[in-house]
Design a protein around this ligand. Structure first.
Ligand SMILES: *Cc1c(COP(=O)(O)O)cnc(C)c1O
Length: 500
């Protein structure tokens, strides 16, 4: 199985796609021929999460042997990296609603499900490509990705990772998670500026010829860990598959019976993995894309128009504060009937005018699989409060957006009679101030003080990754002006080459 670009006929091996992330023509890699309808319940029943990942990946990463994949999967998903032995447990709310908990990894966000495995895929690809330079992963983060990438790459031989975050743009808990990061191959720095500054400065460093040549001379190759990489996308298909198996096993649905999913969405990676699971044969009815006030995607599913010329809002679900969802291009590829010329044209329109539209006919077709909806911050807090009071279950703000969209669809008579699963993307304790406000508790300066109060009310214990964090020393306290990012990268390159 090779991968092709969404914008041209460019075609590469899986290892090349893993190592380079983005296609040469600016497009994203997708399977050259998609493995349609290859999964069914009988073949999956009784399998562990790890075995399900192995089945899913065997359809995409054919460049690795069964044994190689098995070893990588065993290193990624085990009792040290996940707090729940099922990896992705299913929580039943009532007869027609379940919650798939994707947040039991080391950083308590669903990003752990991909970023626990990605470093192994990347280093194996590096070996296959006979690339012997040291890899340096450069990442700008608004919170969850940076920490999950740091935990995934920490102490992985042959790799190093450097993360930049906006000094005032992340939650107090996320800040501590990054400042106290462990590992002998990691570096973290805050910058004075917002996430877009960090992102665009880093892009310039990435593509700067002199910087790349300097790194090359020092035996270092830049790479990235963002969600457009095939190594992050395909591992995510597995939890939709395991969710289906759990639904049948617990009697929520019958074998082969369709269920809907509601996905709190930002970069469109999570929900796209659900769409891929459906294409592979998992009986998903509708994929419901839930947005916060940055509702560019839910508008698209309403009108067929993607319009990013609109104000950007900072919300209580920060990982969904995105106007240009990078994985959306892959979705457009399938909407167009795998027409790379059409995708290239749409992407050009988006770049030049900030807007693109699909035909009414296409909209009709894609609405068979997809629907959208959004709620604002006040509604999000109300959902957290209501679900806690009625069910004793505490949602994080991102998951609460999905839950709110689900409730609204039913109120408006748009709900289906199918069983619905809400994909839960973070542990509520990552966002203490929002939870305090939602439960009408007073907020405090120290996030751990707030968690003590929340714990006293809810009885939910402090998860070990956060309990451990509390007593760890700060390792990375510097904050630098954004103009100094380039120098910071070069200094880290020097220290890598001195080590090896
Ligand atoms: C990243 C993230 C999302 C958005 O996921 P996408 O794959 O980017 O759509 C939602 N919730 C949380 C908690 C996240 O960290």
């Amino acid at each position: 199985m090779n991968f092709r670009s969404t914008r041209s006929s460019e075609c590469v091996s899986p290892s090349f796609a893993l190592l380079h992330g983005l296609a040469q023509d600016g497009g994203l890699y997708v399977p050259e021929s998609f493995p349609e309808n290859v999964l069914d319940y009988k073949q999956l029943a009784g399998k562990t999460y790890q075995e399900i990942v192995a089945v899913v990946l065997s359809h995409f990463f054919t460049n690795f042997s069964d044994e190689e994949r098995k070893q990588m999967i065993a290193s990624a998903y085990n009792e040290e990296t996940f707090r729940d032995e099922q990896i992705v447990p299913l929580h039943s709310m009532d007869t027609d609603l379940s919650i798939s908990e994707l947040f039991h990894g080391r950083t308590l966000a669903f990003k752990d499900l991909a970023l626990s495995l990605f470093p192994y895929l990347l280093t194996a690809a590096k070996k296959q490509e006979k690339e012997d330079r040291n890899i340096l992963i450069l990442t700008a983060t608004s919170g969850d990705t940076g920490k999950a990438a740091l935990e995934g790459f920490k102490n992985v031989p042959g790799t190093n990772i450097m993360v930049f975050y906006p000094s005032e743009g992340v939650s107090p808990m996320q800040k501590q998670q990054m400042q106290k990061q462990e590992g002998n191959n990691v570096k973290v720095s805050a910058i004075y500026g917002n996430f877009d500054d960090a992102q665009s400065f880093l892009k310039r460093v990435f593509t700067n010829k002199a910087v790349n040549e300097y790194a090359d001379k020092k035996g270092v190759l830049f790479s990235s860990a963002n969600s457009i990489n095939v190594g992050r996308l395909f591992p995510q298909v597995a939890y939709y598959v395991s969710t289906y198996v759990s639904l049948v096993d617990t009697g929520c649905i019958n074998e082969g019976e369709a269920f809907d999913v509601v996905v709190p969405t930002g970069n469109f990676g999570n929900i796209l993995a659900g769409y891929f699971a459906k294409k592979m044969g998992i009986p998903i009815g509708q994929l419901i894309c839930a947005s916060n006030k940055n509702n560019v995607l839910s508008d698209f599913f309403e009108t067929g128009i993607y319009d990013m010329k609109r104000p950007f809002y900072t919300t209580s679900s920060p990982s969904m504060d995105i106007l240009l969802s990078s994985n959306f291009e892959r979705f457009l590829f399938y909407v167009s009937g795998e027409n790379a010329g059409k995708v290239a044209q749409w992407e050009k329109e988006l770049q030049t005018t900030g807007r693109m539209a699909v035909t009414t006919e296409s909209l009709k077709i894609l609405r068979k699989d997809f629907a959208g909806g959004w709620i604002n911050d006040a509604e999000t807090r109300a959902v957290i409060n209501h679900v806690y009071n009625d069910y004793g279950y505490l949602l994080d703000p991102h998951t609460a957006v999905a839950y709110g969209v689900y409730l609204n669809r039913h109120k408006q008579g748009m709900g289906s009679s199918r069983h619905t699963v809400i994909m839960s993307t973070a542990h509520p304790y990552k966002f203490p101030p929002v939870i305090c406000e939602a439960l009408a508790l007073k907020t405090a300066a120290d996030p751990f003080d707030m968690l003590t109060d929340i714990g006293a009310v809810t009885g939910i214990a402090l998860p070990k990754p956060l309990a451990d964090l509390q007593n760890k020393p700060v390792r990375f306290s510097d904050a630098i002006p954004k103009e100094e990012m380039k120098q910071a990268v070069l200094s880290f390159v020097d220290s890598i080459s001195q080590k090896s």
